[in-house]
Design a protein around this ligand. Sequence first.
Ligand SMILES: Nc1ncnc2c1ncn2[C@@H]1O[C@H](COP(=O)(O)OP(=O)(O)OP(=O)(O)O)[C@@H](O)[C@H]1O
Ligand SMILES: [Mg+2]
Length: 333
Amino acid sequence: MKLVELKERKGEFTLQRLGVEPLSPEAIVDGSIMDSSLVVDAIHRLNDATGVKLANYATSLSGHSVIIKKIQMPAMAPEDLSDQIQWEAEQYIPFDINDVRLDYVVLSEGEPGHENMEVLLVAVKRDKVNDYVSVISQAGKTPVLVDVDAFAIQNAYEANYDVDPLKVIALVNMGASVTNINILARGATAFWRDISFGGNQFTEALQREFNLSFDQAERLKRGQPVDRFSAADARSVLDSVSSEMASEIQKTFDFFAATSSEGPVDEIVLSGGCALTPNLQQVLRERFGVPIEMLDPLRRIHYREGDFDRDWLRSIGPMLAVSVGLAIRRAGG
Ligand SMILES: Nc1ncnc2c1ncn2[C@@H]1O[C@H](COP(=O)(O)OP(=O)(O)OP(=O)(O)O)[C@@H](O)[C@H]1O
Ligand SMILES: [Mg+2]
C-alpha cells in the first residue's frame, strides 16, 4: 500500500511525503477488500511512517466491480444531463442501478439540440465504494475522492510526459492481482480494461515449482537466492508466466484493434511493481515489437534533496503511478 502527498504551486508539484507498506495478498483480492482490519492496519502504519498531517485522502478502485462505458447521448445542458444520466445508465450497467455509484464526464460536447455528445460513464458497486471509504474513516482519515486505477495512471502519465496525440499509447499498469490497461489515442482515453493477472501469478508459479512460501517466492522473483534456488533457476518459470501475461495483453490489444478505428498500439508505457519482473520487458518487446518504456511517475515532480533517497525513489517509482495520479488530481484539481 502506498501513500503519496504532493503540494501544488502554480502547476508544479512537490513531493511532501511518501510511504510504502506491505499488505497481505489476502487483504484485497481482485479489487475487493476481503479483510478490512489488515487494510486499516496498513493505513495506520503509513500514517505513522510518513507523519502525514493532512486529513483528506483519495483512493481508487479497479477490477470487476468497476464498469466504464463511453456512451452517446443527445447534446443537452449540464443540469439536464445530471437528471438524465441515471435513466441512460440503466441500459448499460449490468447491475441494479440502485446498487451502484455513478459518475460521468462529458468527453465531447455537441451543439445543444443538434448533435450527440460523448459521455464517459463510470459505475461502481455501492458496497465496494463503501468498503474503500470505510477503511479510510476507520484509520482516522477523511475519504474525499474515490477514483479508478486506470484513470489515475493516465493522470500520472499526463502530468509527467508530453502526450503525443498522433500516437496510440497503451498504459499498462501491472500490479499484484490486477493489470490495468488504458489505451490513449488522439490524446484521450480510447479503451480500458482490467485483467485479473499480475505479480501474484509469478509468485504462485515459483511457489508451485520450488515448493516455497509466498515470502520466499517473492524474494526469488526479485532475483535473490532462496534455499538452494538461484535467480537463474527461477528464470524459465518467470519467462513462461511472462509470456502468459503477454498473451493476456495481446487479447486486449486485439479486441481494441477490432472494435476501434484508431489503429494499432504504437507504444507501451509500463508501470506497477510486476513490470520489474526480470526479463518481462524483454518478453513483451519480442511479442509486440513496439517501443516499451517504464513510466516514471515522479519525472516532473520536485522534491528536496535530503528528504528522499534518490535510489529508493527510482526503485519504487513504477509502483507509485496510481498514488501519484490520485494526489495530482486531488492537489491540482
Ligand atoms: N523488483 C520486483 N521484481 C518483481 N516483482 C516485483 C518487484 N517489486 C514488486 N514486485 C511485484 O509487484 C507487485 C506489486 O506491484 P504494485 O504495488 O504496483 O501492485 P498493487 O497496486 O499493490 O496491486 P493490485 O493493484 O493488483 O492490488 C507484487 O506482485 C510484487 O511482487
Ligand atoms: Mg494497483
